[in-house]
Design a protein around this ligand. Structure first.
Ligand code: MG
Ligand code: MG
Length: 259
């Protein structure tokens, strides 16, 4: 497993791409109100990415299990949908949670981030799910540093989610990112047997997309007939928070943040 080590200059390029992704997510947070469709949110994303002179990374991603390439610049996953939901004419309703994932490429470098947004007022238990998932990402950032094994980070992430009574998705994980959206290594949010056998020692210059997916119930998921949309096996809600993160001598630094 060859994990790229990025120069400070390359990390700045990734940050430039990440800034655009952050702009998309912040704008969608402002616009995500009852009555708005996820197609409208996708159009907003298209425009921000195009205006920045960037490329929408998700649009056209192939999938052998689906009959079509991914059609939009964001994934929009409602409630029990975990990831890879397809924007549509479905309207947001108060009480929904919607996970928005976005990726953009600028001058050859990529950024990738996600956030779960509450639409109007949501149930307290759902609010707790969002808070805990965001905390899981914050824990990963706090613990990641040169010389730390990823399994130490993943163990803390998994523990925080499971102590809250939630399930950590196993079938989808984070990833290296840089020149391409998906690069080595795999970055699981739990301690997998694969990770135990081949742990990742974090080093300065690694850039990882860290993205906990946490379910209110079981960690098990399934894929809908469209071949894309991943849903929880028990139909309970799910949350997803992601940053593109650089490992620096001062610890981990999120690159998908707005100015
Ligand atoms: Mg993403
Ligand atoms: Mg990602």
């Amino acid at each position: 497993m060859a994990v790229a080590i990025r120069s400070d200059k390359e990390i700045e390029r990734i940050r430039d791409a990440g800034r655009i992704v952050a702009r998309v997510l912040n704008e969608i947070k402002k616009q995500a109100a009852p009555g708005v469709t996820t197609a409208q949110l996708a159009e907003l994303s298209d425009n921000i990415i195009a205006d920045a002179g960037a490329i929408a990374l998700f649009k056209g991603v192939p999938n052998p299990a689906a009959k079509f390439d991914f059609p939009a610049s964001i994934c929009a996953s409602f409630n029990e949908q975990v990831v890879h939901g397809i924007p549509s004419e479905r309207k947001l309703v108060a009480g929904d949670v919607i996970s928005i994932d976005c990726g953009a490429k600028l001058k050859g470098y990529c950024g990738d981030a996600a956030v779960t947004i509450a639409v109007g007022t949501i149930e307290p238990e759902l609010q707790r799910l969002l808070q805990v998932t965001e905390e899981v990402l914050a824990i990963a950032l706090a613990k990641s540093a040169p010389g730390v094994y990823w399994s130490q980070v993943a163990r803390a992430m998994q523990k925080h989610a499971e102590d809250a009574g939630f399930g950590v998705v196993r079938d989808y994980v984070g990833h290296g990112i840089g020149r391409h959206m998906h690069e080595d290594p795999k970055v699981p949010n739990f301690v997998s047997s694969e990770l135990r056998a081949n742990d990742l020692l974090l080093r300065k210059g690694m850039v990882l997309a860290i993205e906990p997916m946490v379910n209110m119930g079981t960690w098990r998921v399934k894929v809908l007939k469209d071949g894309w949309t991943v849903v929880t096996a028990d139909g309970k809600p799910s949350a997803h928070f992601e940053h593109t993160v650089a490992i620096t001598n001062d610890g981990a630094q999120a690159l998908t943040v707005a100015d």
